[in-house]
Ligand binder design. Sequence first.
Ligand SMILES: [Zn+2]
Ligand SMILES: [Zn+2]
Length: 94
Amino acid sequence: VSKATDEVSCAICAEKGTDVVAPPRRTIARGADPEDTAFAIIAVLPDVRLCVAHAAQLRDGKLLIGWCDEEQCRRFGRSAEASPCGAPYKALKG
Ligand SMILES: [Zn+2]
Ligand SMILES: [Zn+2]
């Protein structure tokens, strides 16, 4: 866990995201490349930014991070909760 002091907010709440943690997994499959079906598109996920409280919950296993991969979102949130586009954040376990 590394510390940062900029003003980016927590992925879960509106508090300052002072902790930067590695996501539960680094990549997510977006399916076949439309230009070349021999290749699959794999997106690399960024670090998760969390406030002190949510970073502690994640370490304690009380918080499950999810990711919404819809083009207008592509952001982390609490797994299974609705993201801004309306689709639930998908759990990143496994
Ligand atoms: Zn938070
Ligand atoms: Zn979304």
